[in-house]
Design a binder for this molecule. Structure first.
Ligand code: TXA
Ligand code: MG
Length: 354
């Protein structure tokens, strides 16, 4: 299959690419498009055969359900059975935006979308291209991240092309995504509401809206509980290189990274470094001998949204530079830092140097 690649300017939405994308979606095809979090691979959520093509193109495990994307509040009701008071509060506070809510599903939603669960995940993205595409298609759009399963989620059109060229008919390129990691998934069918996947909206923001909420105990690596979000049990967001987290007291970081870097380099490994601005500065001060195959400052420990914005594209760049090993620093877990560390742990398969 030939993959068509069309640029769209989010500030000036020419209708032509959308007409083409809308036609494809109505014909039961898949289309990749930008959202404010990451790029999605969309299909008509009400067409089981179209939805199957998403799983095929990504190589996605069949027990991992999809998020249904809507552009207007009226599109929600037919998809669900009952909307709780807290769900209303969260929708009105955070939609359109990087929040996904879990509802009891209606019969309209095919089992292919929900992987057989009796709940459905719904979100209203805030990216102008995503909103216009959903309106143009005239149907809700089921869409996972538009990457090959297991790789870091795409935050640029070029990432989608690298993963899915030849496997899908159309990519809409709307530039870099803003948030850089996925939406927060919240189960509002339980009390207190549970965060099944940390993301663009923080626990602090959710609690400010509805009072107490909690992380799914299955997210913690120490507990032997299975995550309630099927997607969180897989190794994920991983570049081809082997990823190690460098944790422990801030004051030792630069020394530790330097030591580990030299050990691994002596073993013949090509090592990439993804660091905080603070540690990056210190390492430069230690010596000039640390010459990684790739080096990037993800951002300050006090500016976690910047770190979130860069994380996935940085992991991909480590692969482009031929890294065997990526040493990535641990970041504080406040605010969006919780989502950042969740993705870093997944990318590292929990390999930590303390
Ligand atoms: O920001 C995002 O959410 C992006 C953009 C494209 O909107 N989408 C995304 O989709 O990240 P995906 O498929 O990569 O992740 C969806 C997550 C998975 O962890 C999945 O298991 C969970 O949502 N999920 C979907 N339906 C669910 C359900 N009914 N119950 C629990 N978890 C569900
Ligand atoms: Mg994904």
């Amino acid at each position: 299959m030939k993959t068509e690649y069309l640029q769209v300017n989010p500030e000036n939405l020419d209708r032509r690419p959308f007409r083409k994308a809308g036609d494809l979606l109505r014909q039961g095809e898949v289309v990749a498009f930008p959202t404010e979090t990451v790029y999605g691979l969309g299909a008509n959520a009400l067409n089981a055969n179209a939805v199957k093509k998403i799983f095929l193109a990504k190589g996605r495990p069949h027990d991992n359900p999809l998020i249904v994307h809507i552009a207007e509040f009226e599109q929600l009701k037919p998809l669900v059975q009952g909307i709780s008071e807290k769900a209303y509060v969260l929708m009105h506070r955070f939609w359109p935006g990087p929040l996904t809510l879990i509802f009891p599903k209606s019969n309209l939603v095919p089992n292919e979308v929900t992987a057989g669960l009796d709940t459905v995940a719904v979100r209203m993205p805030r990216h102008p291209v995503a909103l216009k595409l959903i309106k143009e298609a005239g149907v809700p759009i089921a869409a996972p991240s538009a990457n090959t399963s297991g790789l870091p989620s795409p935050t640029e059109g070029a990432h989608v092309l690298a993963d899915l060229n030849g496997k899908i008919p159309l990519i809409l390129d709307g530039g870099e995504t803003e948030v850089g990691l996925e939406s927060t998934v919240v189960d509002v069918t339980v009390e207190p509401p549970l965060i099944l996947r940390p993301g663009g909206v923080t626990l602090e923001e959710i609690e400010d809206a509805i009072g107490q909420a909690a992380y799914d105990p299955g997210l913690s690596k120490d507990k032997n509980e299975t995550p309630r979000s099927p997607g969180m049990k897989y190794t994920h967001y991983s570049p081809k290189a082997d990823v190690f987290i460098v944790d422990g007291p801030d004051k030792d970081r630069a020394q530790k990274i330097t030591a580990v870097f030299h050990r691994m380099t002596q073993e013949g490994k090509k090592v990439a470094l993804l660091l905080s601005e603070e540690t990056g500065r210190e390492i430069n001060g230690i010596n000039g001998r640390v010459i990684p195959c790739y080096y990037e400052v993800l951002g300050s420990k006090n500016d976690l949204p910047s770190v979130a914005h860069r994380l996935f594209s940085s992991l991909r760049r480590c692969d482009y530079h031929g890294a065997d090993i990526v040493l990535i620093e641990a970041f504080p877990e406040q605010g969006v830092g919780a989502a950042v560390m969740n993705r870093i742990r997944k990318a590292a398969g929990n390999q930590v140097i303390n």
